[in-house]
Write a protein that binds this ligand. Structure first.
Ligand code: CTP
Ligand code: MG
Length: 247
């Protein structure tokens, strides 16, 4: 039984504005897509990857991943949901023995291996759906159309959601079969069919590269060689995991 990851990478990257699809944008010489797919395979618990590419970039994307024979490329769709659906449809051919499926944005190219492993192991322990989350740190206000504050939302029970999201494959297939054309996040589709969604700790490094500012953070912090190698020894709060460490 294997674990397969679906990587929606067919977006245009309008908010980033690089003039090429966001997944192909390089960060210090390597594309977001290559970093994301390599990261999934390097976590040690993912055997196959199915990438959804922009329809006019399938060959470019395949060439980008040529060093990773476990990565397969399909044509993506107009919305993220369509791209995930097409990648999910390809799993039967690519990884017929897959029982666990991850859905992971190419734009979250710096997700630590520990997050990927935590999601997979929670699904393997029996959770039908698992998402990595972070506490919300900003104060959250509800506002009206005029921009006036209606209320201050209690953020203690709110979480910001990242990827990879993990699923028992039958659960994701059932969720997509019921989804129709409705576009929401993948775990949201499981919620809609009454499935339980479990959370594990996410990580700031799993941020989605959306804007030029995010890309600047990626170039200056996330892809810096020192930080890249040093991440595993620290929790995301910056506190060393092992108090006995002499760091
Ligand atoms: N995605 C996809 N197919 C689409 C739209 C998005 O596979 N039709 C993917 C993107 O490539 C990205 C992920 O879904 O890896 C998250 O989407 P987002 O961050 O919104 O990326 P883009 O849609 O490319 O960016 P923008 O919305 O700014 O155009
Ligand atoms: Mg988008």
């Amino acid at each position: 039984m294997s674990v397969v990851a679906l990587v929606p990478a067919a977006g245009r990257g309008v908010r980033l504005g690089a003039g090429i699809p966001k997944a192909l944008v390089p960060v210090n010489g390597e594309s977001l897509l290559l970093r994301a797919v390599r990261g999934l395979l390097a976590a040690g618990c993912v055997q196959h990857v199915v990438v959804a590419a922009p329809a006019d970039q399938v060959e470019v994307v395949a060439a980008e991943l040529v060093e990773l024979p476990s990565a397969h490329v399909v044509v993506g769709g107009a919305e993220r949901t369509d791209s995930v659906r097409r990648a999910l449809d390809a799993v039967e051919q690519v990884a017929p023995d897959a029982r666990v499926v991850l859905v992971h944005d190419a734009a979250r190219a710096f997700t630590p291996a520990s997050v990927i492993r935590d999601v997979v192991s929670a699904v393997e322990r029996g959770a039908p759906a698992v998402i990595p989350v972070l506490p919300v740190t900003d104060t959250i206000k509800q506002v009206d159309e005029a921009g006036d504050v209606v209320s201050t939302v209690d953020r203690s029970q709110l979480r910001a959601v990242q990827t990879p999201q993990g699923f028992a494959i039958d659960v994701l297939r059932a969720a997509y079969a019921a989804a129709g054309e409705v576009a929401t996040d993948d775990a949201g589709l499981v919620e809609r069919i009454g499935g339980k969604v479990h959370t594990v700790d996410g990580h700031p490094r799993a941020l989605k590269i959306t804007t030029a500012f995010d890309l600047a953070i990626a170039e200056s912090v996330l892809a810096a060689p020192r930080d890249y190698a040093g991440d595993a020894s620290r929790s995301w709060s910056g506190v060393p995991r092992d108090a006995g460490d002499n760091e």
